[in-house]
Design a protein around this ligand. Structure first.
Ligand code: 2GW
Ligand code: MN
Length: 297
């Protein structure tokens, strides 16, 4: 792969000398050991990425699930802020998966942007709502979504965009560094450790802990990812197991076995509860405060 120094990273030129500045963020890790860029604010040129995407006439999918109370609570703000910040100027198709398509808020969409509300059945347990997403996404990617879009991002709904989330984030496969865990040593990361689970990671395994609230890639790559995760979830269930962080544990196993082509810094999905940090310059998505006790009963 080895793309850290290639044009795909859209290296910045120093305003003064005109020299390339590949390491514009010396205080953070900007390249994985397998050569994939970890994109931080200042390490890419958003205009170059935009131009490339426009030239290729890409359609970008954005999937989100809004089941039960999450529809009223989060969907409108997610979509409204996506209209402001997600892939501005590109052709975008939103896929909202819900058991109440008629209740999806009518957000005004810019030119070249469409929204499709897709019917899903409501699972009884909240863990199942979250885990069923992989199976549903796999089917959608094999159907109309897969035919309409070149690249797709799959996101949690309990967050909103706060700054540009543009084509600089696109790649064959994209993983999001989890904002709670990006600065922890590997042995402390909350991977699934039960060797019987399909999501099991042994001590010493795992590159980073990725957040399932944002992942993306080409349709083909996401077909593989969602098949792997749905299969793992089903295997575990058949044996009475449930991984520690549900679908996220299986996603982490997938990205350990199939390294992502691009990694997004925690700036792309930040938790405001963590407060301000010097390396977090411009958060692009902000989590809503966790109301687990209220919603998970
Ligand atoms: C989920 C948990 C408890 C109560 C409700 C729900 C719920 C989730 C729901 O009632 N309706 C619904 O549409 N969802 C969808 O699943 C929604 O898109 C939501 O963003 C997503 C994941 O649930 P969430 O955001 O409450 O879980 P988090 O923020 O703790 O998510 C992380 O861990 C999850 C597994 O436990 C997933 O891997 C998720 O992708 C991670 O970000
Ligand atoms: Mn969430």
């Amino acid at each position: 792969m080895g793309v850290c120094s290639s044009a795909t990273m859209s290296l910045l030129r120093d305003n003064f000398t005109g020299a390339l500045r590949p390491w514009a963020r010396p205080e953070v890790l900007t390249c994985t050991p397998w050569g994939a860029p970890i994109i931080w604010d200042g390490t890419f040129d958003p205009d170059v990425a935009k131009q490339e995407a426009t030239q290729q006439n890409l359609t970008i999918g954005l999937t989100v699930f809004a089941v039960g109370r999450y529809l009223e609570k989060y969907l409108e703000r997610f979509l409204e802020t996506a209209e402001q910040h997600f892939m501005a100027g590109q052709s975008v198709v939103y896929y909202v998966f819900t058991e109440r398509p008629g209740a999806v808020p009518r957000v005004a969409l810019g030119p070249g942007r469409r929204l499709r509300a897709e019917l899903v059945v409501r699972e009884r347990r909240w863990q199942d709502v979250s885990m069923a997403r992989m199976r549903t996404l796999h089917a959608a990617l094999g159907g109309r979504l897969g035919r309409e879009a070149h690249f797709v991002f799959c996101m949690d709904v309990d967050q909103h965009f706060s700054s540009t989330f543009g084509p600089e984030a696109l790649a064959e496969s994209v993983a999001q560094l989890h904002s709670w865990h990006y600065h922890w040593p590997r042995w402390l990361l909350p991977f699934e450790r039960d060797a019987h689970s399909a999501a099991a990671m042994a001590r010493g395994e795992g590159d980073f802990y990725y957040h399932a609230a944002v992942f993306g890639g080409s349709v083909a790559a996401l077909r593989d990812l969602t098949a792997h995760c749905a299969r793992g979830l089903a295997w575990d269930r058949a044996r009475g197991l449930e991984a520690r962080w549900h679908d996220e544990s299986h996603l982490n196993k997938f990205f350990w076995l199939h390294k992502p082509a691009k990694v997004l810094s925690p700036e792309f999905c930040w938790s405001p509860d963590l407060g301000r940090r010097a390396e977090i310059r411009r958060p692009r998505l902000l989590w809503a405060p966790k109301e687990y006790r209220l919603l998970r009963d």
